[in-house]
Design a protein around this ligand. Structure first.
Ligand code: PLP
Length: 395
């Protein structure tokens, strides 16, 4: 008999699982090329050639026992040195290898830092709409998720409500910008105000409140928009980064945490994150891909691919009468459902072989998420169906 907690998790995973099954069922009937699957954030841009070159070079030239062996639970030291320097070059910070913990993607990093920080009953604040997995990650360590309701005007965080929801049990705030599911980039002004609120609350309550900046989409921003680097605004910031989207390597499970010297309880936190990586069963981030990353620090996927998709899908949907803010980052559109019940809208969309995710999965009912990390041709082919879909529900 499985645990009671797992019974709940399996039940609540059912929407995404059902969507996956539905995609397979529709593909079997209509052919995969006639199913427009906008449900998953699985990047379709190819990993840069530098990745393949690095793999080959490492396999041919580096010591086999070293490349495939265990290392410090925080990762290879030379890799952490290279990553720290690359962050310093980009953001004018002064990190070194002691500030970097290599992780099993962003998901691994978030679990490591939540394991490191949370006592049972500690509160973690998130801004709706948010990546639904945060619920499970916080519950893994018996934390309580506290949700700030969405600001559907521009999807910047609702700071007035945020301030009210901070209590003496608030241990962390998770920020995700560029955001999944809205594609919104939190502005410098937002970050400055949010940091001020946290500093005020820390001194009023006499506690430490950490920002966990979940940044798998950092590299995916458009029109030259600036994505503020949060350690420059607030001392108690931990950054979780991932190469899943920036280098299109989601299956390789590689990322890192930045734990700056300025965070409260730094020495203990670094030691604890190192142990958490081990005892959560990750032990260390994948060894080959740590070494690959160190050789690809200046490589990026061609984000023009996503930008063209964004322009085409956004402009066409607006023309057909959908309502949506134009995203400045990531590869998602968060579209207002043309009918009140967005789950109903998602089921009508299936009749047109369009798969999209209800906003309820992100704690924001009334909206749907469309992941446009698909081929340009898929979007072109899907457009008449999007048009017919809104015409049907508006009848
Ligand atoms: N955080 C957000 C906001 C995401 O959208 C995702 C993946 O889609 C993750 C974390 C997990 O990323 P990774 O594959 O690097 O674990």
């Amino acid at each position: 008999m499985i645990s009671n907690k797992m019974v709940e998790y399996v039940q609540s995973s059912s929407i995404i699982r059902a969507m996956f099954e539905e995609g397979k069922r529709l593909a079997a009937i209509h052919g995969a090329e006639n199913v427009y699957d906008f449900s998953l954030g699985n990047p379709n841009a190819e990993a840069p050639k530098a990745v393949k070159d690095a793999i080959i070079e490492i396999i041919n030239n580096e010591s086999v026992t070293m490349v495939h062996g265990y290392m410090n639970n925080s990762g290879y030291e030379d890799v952490r040195v290279a990553i720290a320097q690359s962050i310093n070059n980009k953001f004018g910070t002064s990190f070194n290898e002691t500030n970097i913990v290599m992780t099993v993607g962003a998901a691994g990093g978030l679990n490591v830092i939540l394991k490191t920080l949370l006592n049972p009953g500690d509160e973690v604040i998130v801004f709706a709409p948010y990546f639904g997995e945060y619920r499970s990650y916080v519950a893994n360590y018996d934390g309580n998720l506290v949700v700030v309701s969405p600001n559907t005007v521009d999807f910047q965080p609702n700071l007035a409500e945020f301030k009210e929801k901070i209590t003496s049990r608030t241990k962390a705030v998770i920020i995700n910008s560029p955001n999944n599911p809205t594609g919104v980039v939190y502005s410098k002004d937002t970050i400055i105000k949010l940091s001020e609120i946290l500093r005020e609350k820390q001194s009023e309550l006499g506690t430490d409140i950490y920002i966990i900046s979940d940044e798998p989409y950092r590299e995916l921003s458009y029109d030259g928009v600036e994505v503020p680097y949060l350690t420059q605004y607030y001392d108690n910031t931990i950054v979780g980064y991932s190469y899943s989207k920036s280098l299109s390597l989601p299956g390789e499970r590689i990322g890192y945490l930045v734990i700056p010297h300025e965070v409260a309880d730094f020495a203990n936190m670094i030691a604890a994150a190192n142990v958490a990586n081990r005892i959560l069963g990750f032990v260390n981030a994948p060894s080959l891909f740590q070494r690959v990353i160190a050789k690809c620090l200046n490589a990026d996927v061609d984000i023009d691919i996503y930008n063209k998709n964004r322009e085409l899908l956004y402009n066409s949907l607006i023309e057909y009468g959908y309502e949506c803010i134009k995203p400045e980052g990531a590869f998602y559109l968060f579209v207002k459902s043309p009918i009140a019940d967005e789950k109903e809208f998602c089921s009508v969309a299936k009749k047109y072989n369009i798969l999209i995710v209800p906003g309820t999965s992100f704690a924001c009912p009334g909206y749907v998420r469309m992941a446009y990390c698909v081929s340009y041709q898929t979007i072109e082919k899907a457009l008449p169906s999007f048009k017919a879909l809104i015409e049907e529900v508006r009848k």
